[in-house]
Write a protein that binds this ligand. Sequence first.
Ligand code: CUA
Length: 612
Amino acid sequence: MKIRTILLVLLTMAGTAAGLQLLGCQSAGASSSRAWAADKVYVAPGEHDKYYGFLSGGQSGSVFVVGIPSGRLLREIPIFEPRAAVGYAVHENDPRRRELMATGGVWGDTHHPAPSETNGVYDGRYLWINDLANGRVARVRLDTFEADRIVKIPNLQGAHGIAVVSPNTKYIFVNGEFEQPTDGLTTNPAPYTSVVAFLDPESMEVKFQVRVNGNIDIADSSKDGRYAFSTVYNLEQAKDPESMFQYDRDAVAAIDIPAAEKAVAEGKARLQNGVPVIDPDEVPGILTLVPVPKNPHGINATPDGKYVVASGKLSPTVTIIDARTLKIVAEPEVGLGPLHTTFDDRGNAFTSLFLDSQVVKWNIARAIEGASDYIVDRINVHYNIGHLQAVGGETMDPKGDFLLALNKLSKDQYLPVGPDMPEAQELIDISGEKMRMLSSFPTPPEPHDAVFMPAETLKGRVRQTYDLAADAVAEGQESVVRTGPRSVHVRMTLIRSAYTPEQFQVREGDEVTLTITNVETIRDMTHGFALPDHNMNISLPPGFTKTITFTAGKPGVYWYYCTNFCSALHLEMRGRMVVQPRDTTVEITDWHAAQNVKGRQVPGVPSTGAAR
Ligand code: CUA
């Protein structure tokens, strides 16, 4: 009895000791693995990230710029939505707002950032992005990180897939996901169809379109510029969702770009809303449909240009297609709900699995050989991953270091912020054989896709100040000029921490044109110009000039003030727009008088007060 008790105690102690040892070992392992991951993503204060990450803002209508690997948010570039914080498209007469209004409205749904390429790698000039909702494409300049063009694409609804034509950005092409009646609504029921639109990267003009039946989804080009590839689902051409997945195979559409150009040159396209549209039924050889299972989604060209990979979505497979012969070379199983594929620099592909909530790593050559061990690794992500992107995975120069999983649901990953959860991005190390989870960072809704650009690519290209524009107002050249019975032109400068003029007078209902220049030459010295009750906020980075027209409101004093904290006197940086009654007989003192009183006469300025 005694012996048994002692034995039991000993056994228990041994068990506990072993347990403790195991626990200690595990926790040491866990903590060293956490330290390893933390070290991979840690960017010390004052240091810069290795890559720019451009994440589409989805329903935010913007592009999020984050540093990779840190995940730090560097900038949100507003595109399809006004953003008062940076004075973007806020005021009715802002040219960008007018462009938005003329093309579909002040909101958008951005999905796929597509940077310009030279020789198959990002060159840092532009980035294009779609607005699925309103059939638009915008261009962002990567020297100023600002949208500079927004165009509406005719004959197309649901601008979804977008890609540049490699290797030198000959076109941007955009897929119309939502089919439209071929002849308007003149026959009932008219067959529905859609188009792929090819835009010139500089003029943003739609050069031609190619008609494709079905819902044209995601886009990528062959690396040699020959083919524009798009996945197409709903070859059933059904109009109700349940009928859209009857067929076991839909297609990858391969548009022969030189053949399409030739058809347009030979007048074989039909003008529709001013755009030449090629009907592949009438011009054979333009369009090849490669049958792939089933309601496919992503299409991604391998960095070596040999293959394109279509992800099966409703089939657990990916289809590997020879990018020159357009023949299917393999159809390996990868897991449930494959959506998109990206690549490293060692012949591996990474496919997102929406239903499995996983990234699967597989070897391209082994999958094509039919080897049984083509699956290399799997890693769980949180949760329901959509796009994924490895650094350089869309280019001919993949880096093979980091991969970002863009997950649709974050569930338990962050502190709850109400019923609407943040989106979850997870950064994964792909430098070894096994993938390793590094970090996670939230964003507002909803990044669909991302691309990464080496910081080196934009080094020397990103401007820190603006060159003075032709209409810039120079210091000493400020003026308030009555240009007509009911119009006034105010030419204003600002510099820490004053507006010149610091007041101007107008009459109610006057059309006021304000040309305003931030004459600072020091980087990061942005000033604002916010004018109460006139829906006006302008943000002026150093050197920037903006001209804006507005109507002077009810009589009263309106303080314009600086919205960007610029100096110790920031709060004092303000001025007055004095609006006199329309029929005032009061002599209105111009701002020079006020200047002179304070002994701050501005030389060379004609004394042309607002109203007399
Ligand atoms: Cu300028 Cu605050």
